[in-house]
Design a binder for this molecule. Structure first.
Ligand code: ATP
Length: 212
């Protein structure tokens, strides 16, 4: 039977409940077999004074421990430079059966920026795209995406067929949490309890992360 696998990339600097709830809700709604969080590499000079790639990965692993739907995929950190999403998709696809379904999750903002991505018009050769759309955003997509949307969008995300090739929107009210906010609170010596899982909080404190 074909598997259904979701991918959510991000810097996860650090991972927070906004990422985790979005991932879990999409995984349940879509009936995925698993949803993989894929921490991205960043240019080395951007790492300080923040968390290293190893620390960001460790926090994502702690966050999903015990949640069977959520997994961590560290392939982008195994390379010595930031990866293109196209290359990551090709690499993941190479490990799956031909009829397995792959769903790339993108926030609305990321989706609107798609035309600047490496080989963006070929992404759909490897996956479906699920755009996480907030109920309160009424924005029009950029001109460059109109033709793609006209040709490839499918209203009901549960009707996406085959291994890839279509775009659908998932309407979801996100939790108002960002990694920027978490870092800022920590830099000010304030608590981020309940914004990140307890295990991530303990890791942040044990390693003295995000302090000014
Ligand atoms: P930063 O504040 O550092 O820019 P971030 O919180 O936006 O970080 P990223 O690692 O850039 O986190 O996000 C990875 C993915 O998770 C992106 O697709 C982003 O749209 C999504 N995401 C981030 N925050 C939320 C949230 N609160 N609810 C739902 N999705 C989110």
């Amino acid at each position: 039977m074909a598997r259904r696998i979701g991918l959510l990339g991000g810097t996860f600097n650090p991972v927070h409940i906004g990422h985790l709830r979005a991932a879990l809700e999409v995984a349940e709604y879509m009936g995925l077999d698993e949803l993989r969080l894929i921490p991205s590499a960043r240019p080395p000079h951007r790492e300080t004074p923040q968390a290293s790639a190893e620390q960001r990965l460790a926090m994502v692993e702690l966050a999903v421990a015990g949640e069977s739907l959520l997994k961590v995929d560290d392939r982008e950190l195994q390379r010595d430079k930031p990866s293109f999403t196209y290359d990551t998709l090709e690499s993941v696809r190479g490990e799956l059966a031909a009829d397995d379904q792959l769903f790339l999750l993108l926030g609305w903002d990321a989706f609107c920026g798609l035309p600047s991505w490496h080989r963006w018009q070929e992404l759909l050769e490897h996956c479906h795209i699920l755009v996480l759309q907030r109920p309160d955003t009424g924005n029009e997509p950029p001109e460059a995406l109109r033709d793609l949307l006209a040709a490839r969008s499918e209203n009901d995300p549960l009707s996406l067929l085959g291994p890839g090739g279509q775009i659908s929107f998932i309407w979801q009210t996100p939790l108002a949490v960002s990694a920027t906010q978490v870092r800022q609170l920590l830099a000010q010596g304030r608590s981020v309890r309940y914004l990140v899982p307890d295990a991530v909080l303990a890791y942040i404190h044990a390693h003295g992360l995000y302090r000014e």
